[in-house]
Design a protein around this ligand. Sequence first.
Ligand SMILES: NC(=O)c1ccc[n+]([C@@H]2O[C@H](COP(=O)([O-])OP(=O)(O)OC[C@H]3O[C@@H](n4cnc5c(N)ncnc54)[C@H](OP(=O)(O)O)[C@@H]3O)[C@@H](O)[C@H]2O)c1
Length: 311
Amino acid sequence: MKAILYRKFGGPEGLEYTDVSDPKPGSHEVVIRIRAAGVNPVDWKLHRGKLPGAFLFRLKLPFVPGAEAAGIVEEVGSQVKELAPGDEVVAFHSALQGGAYAEKMLTSVDNCQKKPAGISFEESASAPLAALTAYQLMKGLQTSGKRLLVLGASGGVGHFGVQIGKLLGADVTGVASARNQEFLKKLGCEAALAYDDPNFSESLEAYDVVLDAAASRSPAELAPHMNKGASYLNTLPSPAHWMQCKFRGFGYRGAMVRSSPEDMATLMGWLEKGEVRPVVEKTFPLEQTAEAHRLSETGHARGKIVLVVSS
Ligand SMILES: NC(=O)c1ccc[n+]([C@@H]2O[C@H](COP(=O)([O-])OP(=O)(O)OC[C@H]3O[C@@H](n4cnc5c(N)ncnc54)[C@H](OP(=O)(O)O)[C@@H]3O)[C@@H](O)[C@H]2O)c1
């Protein structure tokens, strides 16, 4: 089958579109014929060897990147009862496992959910990693009736964070650049602020929960705008931020997104009902993954970037 792989760490020019052997399922695994795969910053950060603590992960080269995909089950292992060939599914597993930038993906049946009806393979593939990051950060927090500030609100994690925050009952203020202010309003933000506006800091009010999806401002910087006992949620876990929160009596959570059947089922329900709507800014054919990574590396993608593998 065709896949994208890299043989050494570096930039998008090192992504090869090439032949690799077809995967075979173990007893609890499924092989999915991929229609679309989501692109996430973790994919190019791993390739660049840039992920904090990357040396711990010992990524085995050559490596096929990709953590999430949507497609059709082609083959199931002997113990798989939940799915059968022909089922339309969405799958998500660790970016360190990889394998979604390919014509077929091998994963545990526990990482799969039936694809929500009424949304495309591209939209379905774009959702798991970024949406679960936002959801797992907010899950269990008091958000109903609270003021939530989402920084990086137009990006992959942020645009899901806004929508999930609203579903969880929060009053949401989104922050992105000036060009994305209308987009933030369309997502449902009660208020939208531009970080590149010279008056940005003065426009900030007081919030109960801050989701910094862009890792753009520390708890120390945001403290004047956080209510007593507020929570600070960050997509790039940082001991310094944990200390700053502890010192000020704020709650702290750093994301470590993980595949969870329960959380995936919740997300699929929202997607099925149209309560959460993925926004796919741009799709690329699998062969043009390098272009997709270049766009993701700008740090200014709107919503998600998706690879179209087959139609
Ligand atoms: N730890 C985990 O489990 C986990 C999981 C998912 C993601 N992450 C990390 O979270 C980060 C965001 O991921 P993503 O997929 O959302 O990235 P993304 O799609 O590239 O989105 C980046 C967002 O940041 C905004 N932004 C850029 N500069 C900003 C600034 N100075 N202030 C406020 N917003 C700014 C952009 O808005 P404009 O385009 O308007 O500038 C855009 O909305 C990445 O570093 C990723 O690696 C971590």
